[in-house]
Design a protein around this ligand. Structure first.
Ligand code: TXA
Ligand code: MG
Length: 367
């Protein structure tokens, strides 16, 4: 398949959608209307979009990603009025959540309507819906005039894509069009909340945090057990996608952290000791850490060790934003094993740790 690449130059330069950007978005919307696939920016990660009402299109999305078809897609809308047609009921908890956090980085699981075929929801009777706040995503959905099914725009198993270059790496020749709107602001996929059961349940942490949901309802949401540790044989997560090894860099990854976040320097020392021990073996060790850790390690590392930083410890937003890009970068340089600095699971760091743990296959060392 030929892939068309369109860069939204003015939006990238100044954050405003110009007439020429709009023309490119109209072309992308036309592709969606004709049943084609478009990779597009959202505030979380890039999405691989298609018409959510068409089972044949959802099948093509699965094929383009190389994703198992039991892993349901998120349906994206631009306006509240577009919610009712895709769901069969809107529980009170969902009204509360959407009033507080839409448009934005939150996905809510509802019972689905007839409009959404089983192919889009991986055979489930529920549908995950999100209203993004990214101006390009909103304009694209609005112009197409249809609900847009979009998983993250990465090949299955790879880190999610947070730039159009990542989409080119993973999806060139597999989608009809890539719309480049620059790097994503948040860099981590949306929070997923299930409101179909008796209690509100957090299925995937994201930029709408556990603390924010707790404050909204005056009580803590349930937390799906897939978030707490590796599932046992036969156990199922509520979000089917949470069972797959994900976000995985090519080299095996070990995460070091102090559970309550109080022994930061001890974690850094432990990473240094580990790197020293590994330097006696063949191969290259990559260290992924904060700027503060990198400064601590500077000048004290053995040969055949490199350091990549994902931001400052005091800026959780930057760490979240850079994580997937840094994981991808390790695939393009020789790396035989990776050591990463981990965090206490507060606020956005709950989402960061969720992705790091999965990238590490739950290989965590508590210091
Ligand atoms: O930020 C995001 O959510 C991005 C952007 C593109 O919107 N999308 C995204 O989609 O991360 P994806 O497909 O990579 O992850 C969707 C997750 C999967 O873990 C899937 O199992 C879960 O959502 N999910 C989808 N529909 C569901 C449903 N009906 N019930 C429970 N989980 C569902
Ligand atoms: Mg994904």
């Amino acid at each position: 398949m030929d892939t068309v690449y369109l860069r939204l130059d003015d939006y990238i330069a100044c954050g405003v959608i110009s007439e020429s950007d709009e023309e490119k978005i109209r072309r992308a919307a036309q592709v969606l209307r004709e049943g084609g696939l478009v990779a597009f920016p959202t505030e979380t990660v890039y999405g691989l979009g298609g018409d959510a009402r068409r089972g044949d299109v959802s099948k093509r999305i699965y094929a383009a990603k190389g994703r198992p078809s039991d892993n349901p897609l998120i349906v994206h809308i631009a306006q509240f009025s577009e919610l009712a047609p895709v769901v069969s009921e809107i529980p009170e908890a969902a009204e509360k959540l959407s009033a507080a956090f839409w448009p934005g980085p939150m996905t809510v699981v509802f019972r689905k309507s007839e409009l959404i075929p089983a192919e889009t929801t991986g055979g489930l009777s529920t549908v995950a819906v999100r209203m993004p706040c990214h101006p390009v995503a909103r304009k694209l959905i609005e112009t197409a005039g249809l609900p847009v099914a979009a998983p993250s725009a990465n090949r299955s198993g790879r880190p999610s894509t947070t730039t159009a270059e990542h989409c080119v790496e993973d999806l060139w020749g597999r989608v009809d069009l890539i719309l480049d709107g620059g790097p994503c602001d948040i860099g981590m996929e949306s929070t997923i909340i299930d409101v179909t059961g008796d209690a509100v349940a957090l299925l995937r942490p994201g930029a709408v945090t556990f603390e924010m949901i707790t404050e909204l309802f005056g009580q803590e949401p349930e937390v799906d057990k897939a978030l707490r540790g590796p599932l046992k044989e036969g156990e199922k997560p509520k979000a089917p996608g949470m069972k797959y090894r994900h976000y995985a860099p090519a080299a095996p990854l070990t995460v070091f952290r102090s559970k309550d976040g109080t022994k930061t320097e001890a974690v850094w020392s432990r990473i240094r000791e580990e790197a020293e021990a590994l330097s006696k073996e063949e191969g290259v060790t990559g260290i992924l850490c904060t700027k503060e850790c990198a400064a601590f390690l500077s000048g004290k590392l053995p040969e055949n060790t490199y350091v990549k930083t994902f931001g400052s410890l005091s800026e959780e937003g930057t760490v979240a934003k850079r994580l997937f890009a840094v994981l991808r970068e390790t695939d393009s340089v020789q790396t035989d094993r990776l050591l990463a600095e981990g965090f206490a699971e507060n606020d956005l760091f709950l989402a960061v740790m969720n992705r790091l743990k999965k990238a590490a296959g739950w290989n965590i060392v508590e210091v």
